[in-house]
Design a binder for this molecule. Sequence first.
Ligand code: DSN
Length: 418
Amino acid sequence: MSDDLRSTDPEIADLIAAEVDRQRDMVRLIASENYVSTSVLEATGTVLTNKYSEGYPGKRYYEGQQVIDQVETLAIERAKALFGVDHANVQPYSGSPANLAVYLAFLSPGDTVMGMALPMGGHLTHGWSVSATGKWFRSVQYGVRKETGRVDMDEVRELARAERPKIIFCGGTAIPRTIDFPAFAEIAHEVDAILVADIAHIAGLVAGGAHPSPVGHAPVISTTTHKTLRGPRGAMLMSDAEHASALDKAVFPGLQGGPHNHTTAAIAVALKEASTPEFRDYAHAIVANAAALAEGLLSRGFDLVSGGTDNHLILIDLANKAIPGKKAAKALDRAGIELNYNTVPFDPRKPFDPSGVRLGTSSVTSRGMTTADMDRIAGWIDAVVSAETAGDESAVEKIAAEVHEFARSYPMPGLLTD
Ligand code: DSN
């Protein structure tokens, strides 16, 4: 950290330093988070934040875009090349605004949208009732089969035939299994709907060839850039040529003002990193680590939604361990293992105190942890859950010391290189 920040605002400088330590000392298993590289961090903290640039490269509403146009064009071209799409818009501020732009581009208020229900693994912006997308549009929601924990494609087809949605979202925030893009595309085609693949969670896996691509199946693709893709907090919309102009108009001037140019630059850097053979190895290592972690949890009697994982994400239903998700998540956090409590499909408990916890392996894989480490982490998770159930806080403290020592033994990407 620079001396400038430390002398201007020591309180914020101290808090940032404390967060660096926290991220270094924890085993971070939040499925939507990651560690960006030093290069991505550097691009984020630049003078590009000083510039307004409403519009798109070559057609702006303010002067002084000689450099910004080149930055945004590089980001667009890298997104197009990496994902193999006709068109990319790199301006959405984050995932929710990106998805709202999709509504603005193709729907009018009151039109029908179909998406996966939030408690089944979907996202708020896929038409869930408390979101603007569920209030301003007529939303129909699909889920997973109770017996398998997997998306019920028969239900999706029946619902689509009955309700005739204008857009169908696939993807979500707690889906441990491969998304069947061709099957969704077939249904969307049958009912004349636009299929929107929200690949926010799996974008890095798609880029690295560790999950099938929606390209060629979904004409519109939405993603954040900061999860498995390992970029800055931001988002992108990608599409075929036919849907490009409507999406661009919806992002600007429809929904947003000036793009965050420092973020655009960092997205460009992350996309360059994601085009390397090393990133392909990283994407496959994330999936291998998730499989190993799932195996370690299953062997300790944990009940995993869908019975396991195909990607970076694991959803544990803790009902058989007699501990609610929130209590488990808080105990694990005290023990140095960071994850989030989460609803499980058909959860009898409330969303703010649900039955499950959600884990992901993108961050631990960025630290360099391998499949050999995953059984150890599963063992700690099991031990903390047992200790918390027994009310044994000293056991939690003992595990915390081990976990912190273990975490510190791996380098942290980003500002720290130790
Ligand atoms: N908050 C993100 C997640 O954790 O999956 C989704 O928006």
